[in-house]
Write a protein that binds this ligand. Structure first.
Ligand code: FAD
Ligand code: NAI
Length: 475
């Protein structure tokens, strides 16, 4: 006899597990199915984000940052470190513990909110009386019937054609987060978010890292002034970043990986490395879901087609997160999960796609929300810009981290904030203020008139807002 639920969520990444919890909070009977397992076969909910994405990458970024600080920056504080060493197995083990804590946290939240969890693969069987028949196969072997289905099956790393991941020498994000030795030379294809974050981790731990990027500009998605400042800082740290390259046929032997490429000037080059991270974007994941069985519509790139409210072409079937259009970000997936649960409950679920923050957890950090100067120029929007350097911020000087600036872009007539772009210390935390202001459609003057604690990095945000009106107080 099939078990009946109001909502069955397939996938327990940030899109799926949050949708399940919100639907349960709203009084519905909810099941969540997830296939991810630990190496010993236990359930590991949390998806890419928890297992091989946001959480483990930030754990390694933190550890490697400490190592670099101890090796290169403690001395200027008068702290002498003798015999500094690296225990990579401890560092990776700590990261694994952080991941497990998050897996367990989600299982606890499911219990607390009375979400029934099934460990296994979920697939559509058919439309039946009262909803959709869903099969679970794996540790759990069950037949379910759901009035509503939320698909949150996420994404997978894109391979370079003809170069499958072996996770030993040719690494996706997964292998790059669990190397057992620091490579002497590491190559990275793609200077996007993963390339820069994981390239930074292994550089800090001692690898010589070269990043090859196809696009002529560095970080074209970021404000170009921010990108320029970041490139300067990364290059100074020793990351070798080459843009405008064309990758040839990569050859792998037991000893090395050889990457032939044409550089931006058109010259033929070759790079020999011990291991190669391929981080050239991700593809939506719908394998084994039974898409064809029920006629769930995908677009030409494999994303599930949804409307603005995450409805698919099938009645009462919804899809959220990386498997649908929009930025592949955990917080975007979560917002969609909440909105869908609320829409199912008859409320007005909504995601404001114009105000989703982007963050790169490099050093310096990069964060932005809204439109950048290139976009405003292309769209012909009249705007005012105000910037403030961390060099002139007291807290940044005390921290010893004065790279970068905050830039506020505001409508020339109304002063409404159109975008905020930060490169510098704790940009990931500072951006929240800009997100809040933009959600309330606030003006640069609103930020400028808010009392900011002293001495804080957030004063740079206030000063950048004052700079929009050419009246900084500390610069
Ligand atoms: P996923 O997290 O991919 O989860 C999908 C889940 O569904 C998985 O557990 C999968 O096993 C399961 N599944 C798939 N098919 C089935 C099936 N048929 N049956 C049962 N289960 C199934 N984003 C940020 O916002 N901030 C960051 O700092 C950040 N860092 C990242 C670092 C790296 C290295 C990577 C790779 C990504 C990072 N991301 C980050 C992106 C973020 O991880 C994704 O945007 C997010 O995980 C998407 O959530 P999701 O729920 O859509 O899918
Ligand atoms: P990405 O889209 O950020 O970057 C991929 C880069 O590879 C681009 O710059 C692209 O031009 C380049 N590229 C593509 N094909 C190439 C080729 N053949 N040769 C050379 N360069 C090539 O994708 P990435 O870094 O793989 O990350 C995937 C997703 O994960 C991103 O969409 C991102 O949203 C998410 N993510 C988010 C993080 C965060 O929020 N801090 C951290 C890591 C990942």
């Amino acid at each position: 006899m099939a078990k009946q639920f109001d909502v069955v969520v397939i996938g327990a990444g940030p899109g799926g597990y949050i949708a399940a919890i919100r639907a349960a909070q709203l009084g519905m009977s909810v099941a969540c199915i997830d296939a991810w397992s630990t190496s010993d076969g236990k359930p590991a909910p949390g998806g890419t984000c928890t297992n091989v994405g946001c959480i483990p990458s930030k754990a390694l970024l933190q550890s490697s940052e400490h190592y670099e600080q101890a090796g290169s920056h403690f001395a200027e504080h008068g702290i002498e470190v003798k015999g500094l060493g690296l225990k990579l197995d401890t560092l990776i083990g700590r990261k694994d513990t952080v991941v497990t804590q998050n897996n367990d946290g989600i299982l606890y939240l499911f219990k607390k909110n009375k979400v029934t969890f099934f460990h296994g693969k979920g697939s559509f069987v058919a439309q039946v009386d009262g909803g959709w028949s869903i099969k679970v196969s794996g540790t759990s072997d069950e037949d379910l019937v759901a009035k509503h289905v939320v698909v949150a099956t996420g994404s997978a790393p894109r391979e370079l054609p003809g170069l499958p991941f072996d996770e030993k020498k040719i690494l996706s994000n997964d292998g790059a987060l669990r190397l057992t030795a620091v490579p002497k030379k590491m190559g990275v294809i793609g200077a996007g978010v993963i390339g820069l974050e994981l390239g930074s981790v292994w550089r800090r731990l001692g690898a010589e890292v070269t990043i090859l990027e196809a696009m002529p500009d560095f970080l074209p998605v970021a404000d170009q002034q921010v990108a320029k400042e970041a490139l300067k800082a990364f290059t100074k740290q020793g990351l070798n970043i080459q843009t405008g390259v064309k990758i040839g046929e990569v050859k792998t032997t037991s000893k090395a990986v050889t990457v032939p490429y044409t550089d931006a000037s058109g010259a033929e080059q070759s790079m020999a490395v011990d291991s190669l991270i391929v981080s050239i974007g991700r593809v939506p994941h719908t394998d084994g879901l039974g898409v064809e069985t029920v006629g769930l519509k995908l677009d030409e790139r494999g994303f599930i087609v949804v409307d603005d409210d995450c409805r698919t072409n099938l009645n009462n079937v919804w899809a959220v997160g990386d498997v649908v259009r929009g930025p592949m970000l955990a917080h975007k997936a979560e917002e969609e999960g909440v909105a869908v649960a609320e829409s199912i409950a008859g409320q007005h679920g909504h995601v404001n796609y114009a105000v989703i923050p982007n963050v790169l957890y490099t050093s310096p950090e990069i964060a932005w929300v809204g439109r950048n100067e290139q976009q405003l120029k292309t769209e012909g929007v009249a705007y005012k810009a105000g910037s403030f350097p961390f060099m002139a911020n007291g807290r940044a000087r005390a921290l010893g981290d004065t790279t970068g600036f905050v830039k506020v872009l505001a409508d020339a007539k109304t002063d409404e904030v159109l975008g905020v772009h930060i490169v510098g210390p704790m940009a990931s935390e500072l951006i929240s203020e800009a997100v809040t202001i933009m959600e309330f459609r606030g003006a640069a003057e609103d930020i400028a008139r808010i009392c900011h604690a002293h001495p804080t990095l957030s004063e740079a945000m206030k000063e950048a807002a004052l700079a929009v009106d050419k009246r900084t107080l500390n610069f």
